[in-house]
Write a protein that binds this ligand. Structure first.
Ligand code: AVJ
Length: 376
């Protein structure tokens, strides 16, 4: 007989003075009772509103951050990958950037998406899964979901567990028919889709010009991985920022409210918190400029003095004026993007362009010649 059986219990039947083993066994029983009620498909796909995102890379990501900080700050040209901007604060600051007057990318793209949502929806098959890369707060996704109720699955992939958790909970509440399988993952490396998207047509969605953060080869590698993950019948919708006058670009990456500067410096604050660093964010200036050779906006943090900084168990020296390169944001023309896509086995099926400041949305389909190469 269990002596704990008459004591007060919480919703899982746990009472305060049980041993750890008792608690474990009781929770396990509770879980098994829940699982027993699920059908086969539910085993593969979770869509309860409070489901934790699938995260198979958490440990690897923590060590990757330390490793990239150590190697990036030891390099002759100091640099860090922009994916580390997006801790909870960074994700929030980016949403704040996208509401400034100067940062047009989100606004132009959202207006364009709203205009073409019906057209995009017409190309989405019944029962398809929408797979979103870098979903963030999933605001633009809602435009697609509203226009295409035939979508049955949604797989948001993001590097920020916090952003993903919040967005998924809100979507689950507002789209009760949709099966949502959030995945915390770094899609700049190799990635796999969860089984929920298997056996159904898949539409990829990569918005916000995030593809511009990759360097040339990185963008090709991503597009190849996406093609493999999405399958041969797939379509990929990509939002891309277009080359435009320098004044508009520079203002977008150095907004007059200083939100972008805070976003950039938050990387140092994150290093301090997560990797025991002692950066003084005020000892660095935010710098953004247009690099015409590489057709990109660059962001850097510039040391305001000679200084020594500790982080991740290492010591790094900065000279006065030395730069830490934190982001590239490539800008395309219609042609340069089509060429990039072609190198990864995609061809452009449709192109839509927003009002000024202009951004584009491309609908990519697997290149026909892929069948040829398989046959020959
Ligand atoms: C979210 C990667 C698309 O590159 O424009 C905004 C990030 N950086 N302001 C971009 C960002 C500076 C943004 N992306």
């Amino acid at each position: 007989m269990n002596p704990a059986s008459s004591r007060r219990r919480d919703q899982y039947g746990t009472s305060a003075d049980e041993t750890l083993l008792d608690q474990y066994l009781r929770l396990r029983q509770h879980t098994q009772a829940l699982v027993a009620r699920l059908n086969h498909e539910d085993m593969a796909v979770h869509s309860v509103p409070d489901a934790s995102p699938i995260d198979t890379q958490a440990d690897a990501r923590d060590t990757a951050f330390a490793a990239d900080v150590i190697s990036g700050l030891s390099a002759r040209h100091k640099q860090l990958p922009p994916k580390f901007f997006y801790d909870a604060t960074g994700s929030r600051l980016f949403e704040e950037i996208s509401r400034t007057d100067d940062y047009y990318v989100t606004r132009s793209e959202t207006a364009l998406l709203r205009n073409i949502a019906a057209e995009l929806a017409a190309g989405i098959p019944q029962g398809a899964a929408l797979v979103e890369f870098g979903s963030g707060e999933s605001a633009k996704t809602r435009l697609l979901l509203d226009a295409a109720p035939q979508l049955s699955h949604y797989v948001p992939i993001d590097i920020s567990a916090d952003a993903l958790d919040q967005a998924s909970a809100m979507l689950a509440r507002d789209y009760p028919q949709l099966r949502i399988t959030p995945v915390v993952a770094d899609f700049t490396g190799h990635f796999q889709l969860p089984s929920g998207a298997e056996g159904r047509p898949r539409v990829g969605f990569f918005s916000g010009s995030t593809i511009g953060n990759f360097d040339g080869e990185g963008a090709v590698r991503f597009l190849v991985s996406a093609r493999q993950a999405l399958g041969d019948q797939a379509a990929l919708l990509v939002g891309v920022d277009l080359v435009k006058d320098e004044a508009t670009l520079s203002a977008a990456y150095d907004d007059s409210q200083g939100v972008t500067a805070r976003f950039n410096k938050n990387l140092l604050i994150r290093i301090n918190r997560e990797l025991g660093g002692d950066f003084d964010p005020d000892a660095f200036d935010h710098l953004a400029f247009w690099n015409p050779v590489h057709s990109r906006m660059e962001m850097h943090l510039v040391s305001r003095k000679d200084q020594i900084v500790n982080a991740a168990g290492h010591t790094f020296a900065f000279r006065n004026g030395e730069r830490l390169h934190t982001e590239n944001s490539h800008k395309f023309t219609i042609d340069s993007f089509a060429q990039l896509a072609a190198r990864a086995g995609w061809s452009v099926a449709d192109t839509w362009i927003s009002d000024e400041p202009r951004v584009a949305i491309f609908r990519l389909e697997p290149h026909e010649s892929n069948d040829w190469s398989e046959r020959s």
